[in-house]
Write a new protein. Structure first.
Length: 78
């Protein structure tokens, strides 16, 4: 099931430490103004949705105070 790995020769590891690439990665492209504006609008939409959900949900989460009129059925009067 488990295979033993063969030991790596020390010389191979030493050569890997000395190796340096002369190829430089390309520079990262800067985001355009449209991309920044789009990301900002998406972020604001998400935040506005969360705030709106919190505002609409707060009345449901608040404990009910004693209602002004207690409801009772007509059957309990008789």
């Amino acid at each position: 099931m488990f295979r033993r790995r063969e030991p790596v020769p020390f010389a191979f590891i030493a050569e890997a430490d000395k190796y340096r690439s002369n190829v430089t990665p390309p520079p990262k492209e800067r985001a355009t103004a449209g991309q920044i504006a789009g990301r900002t609008l998406v972020g604001l939409t998400v935040v506005a949705g969360l705030v709106g959900a919190l505002l609409f949900g707060m009345p449901a989460l608040s404990p009910d105070s004693s209602p002004a009129q207690t409801q009772h059925s007509e059957a309990s009067d008789r």
